[in-house]
Design a protein around this ligand. Structure first.
Ligand code: CTP
Length: 406
């Protein structure tokens, strides 16, 4: 369940070709269970009819609140709307609406609301690179930041003027992540967190490999929520199709050995800082004894093919040792995937791998764990204290794990 569920979201739409993003955003927000109302500038109405927003949101659309107010209306629409909003976002935000909001002008519905809203305020700029990089726009954005607005930075991409450059509006999923992050306490500010996630992949020959069933969802949820809580987050990811969470630095690897090298390089580069490592990756325990650098051919006279495997290193043990040898301040949190004797096995792993605490889950159940959106775990700390958590989705669980390291 998203933290946005049940929230009142007020969207200000201004006149950019990126206006279609506001439609995509609304469709995602509706799936998250938000109540949505839209306000438009006059020029935005030249791009898309307010009726489209009305049909999508099932709510009235506000185009000119002053004109729409009846002479003897006691309900001041823009103030009522501003009070209704848990979050106000201008998407897309043109240079013009940014300039107006930064300077307190209020001669259209969107800038009027920007002045009146007291809850969270976000701006998602979209414009040509020259206009975006112009010092006047940059100064206006800085001014907005100083006045409690948050900016979802635009990215490099195709622009309406048939060029490429910075000014392309942020991805709609990133905008939603950004919105969600506003409802989390920033309790991990100044913490440096590394998360490993997903399955490692061990090549047999140029076409074949062995891997495991991990989806990477738990590790990605941890990275995303840690970033929401304002940590500096690096994600070392194995085999997965998941999208990098907003604001998270990602390093992709294939094998367990690659993951260990990436971990070593990363913690060395962070030496001097307190680092928290969350080992959520499903590291393959074995790899082929030798890699064959051409495709292995079947033999006519053989029915069976025996593949000789050798053990992978225990990455957590190795990285703990490496950190000690290099005087690096590293705290490690591990996961334990077990099909039997969950607690006994998990406790052994705490000692062997030098963990602060372990998140133990029973992978024999198909409704939780691998590939599922939910998990039900027991957290065991290094003193042996057990805490059983109810079944919950992986983002909620990520929050539960992370608040224990805040
Ligand atoms: N892990 C690791 N290196 C490995 C295997 C696992 O660092 N070669 C990490 C995992 O990321 C996890 C923890 O160790 O945080 C426990 O992983 P798990 O698969 O439960 O245990 P294993 O150590 O592989 O032991 P076993 O498979 O025998 O249960």
């Amino acid at each position: 369940m998203s933290v946005l569920k049940g929230k009142n979201i007020l969207i200000g739409v201004s006149s950019s070709i990126a206006i279609y993003k506001s439609l995509e955003l609304i469709s995602i927000l509706k799936k998250r269970g938000c109540n949505i109302k839209v306000a438009m500038t006059k020029d935005a109405q030249k791009f898309i009819s307010p009726l489209v927003f009305k049909a999508l949101t099932n709510n009235e659309v506000y185009c000119d609140v002053m004109e729409e107010m009846e002479l003897n209306d006691t309900n001041i629409t823009h103030i009522a709307l501003a009070k209704w909003a848990d979050l106000f976002i201008v998407v897309p935000a043109t240079a013009n609406i940014i300039a107006k909001m930064a300077n307190g002008l209020s001669d259209d519905t969107v800038s009027l609301l920007a002045l009146a809203v007291e809850s969270v305020k976000i701006v998602a700029p979209a414009m040509n690179s020259a206009m975006y990089l112009n010092k006047i726009t940059q100064n206006n954005l800085e001014k907005l930041k100083r006045n409690d607005f948050k900016i979802v930075e635009p990215v490099n991409g195709n622009l309406a003027c048939n060029t490429k450059g910075v000014g392309h509006i942020a991805d709609e999923n990133d905008i939603v992540d950004f919105m969600e992050s506003c409802f989390y306490d920033k309790i991990l500010k100044d913490k440096n967190i590394i998360v490993t996630a997903g399955a490692t992949l061990e090549a047999i020959d140029p076409v074949r490999y062995i891997t495991n069933r991990s989806s990477g969802k738990m590790g990605f949820a941890l990275a995303k929520i840690a970033r929401f809580m304002q940590a500096d987050v690096s994600l070392i990811s194995g085999h997965t199709n998941l999208k990098t969470p907003y604001g998270v630095k990602r390093i992709d690897i294939e094998s367990a050995d690659d993951m260990l090298n990436a971990l070593k390089n990363l913690i060395i580069s962070m030496k001097g800082k307190e680092i928290i490592l969350i080992m959520a990756a499903a590291v393959g325990d074995f790899k082929p004894y030798e890699y064959i650098n051409r495709k292995i051919k079947k033999k006519e006279d053989e029915t069976n093919f025996i593949l000789k495997l050798t053990k992978n290193k225990d990455l957590t043990y190795e990285i703990n040792k490496f950190a000690k040898e290099n005087d690096i301040d590293l705290t490690i949190i591990g996961f334990a995937a077990e099909t039997n004797d969950l607690i006994i096995n998990a406790k052994k792993k705490i000692i062997k791998k030098g963990l602060e605490f372990i998140v133990a889950n029973d992978i024999s159940r198909s409704d939780i764990g691998f590939n599922s959106n939910d998990n039900e775990v027991t957290i065991i700390d290094k003193s042996g204290k057990l805490e059983k958590l109810n079944k919950m989705n992986k983002e909620k669980l990520a929050f539960e794990i992370l608040r224990r390291i805040a």
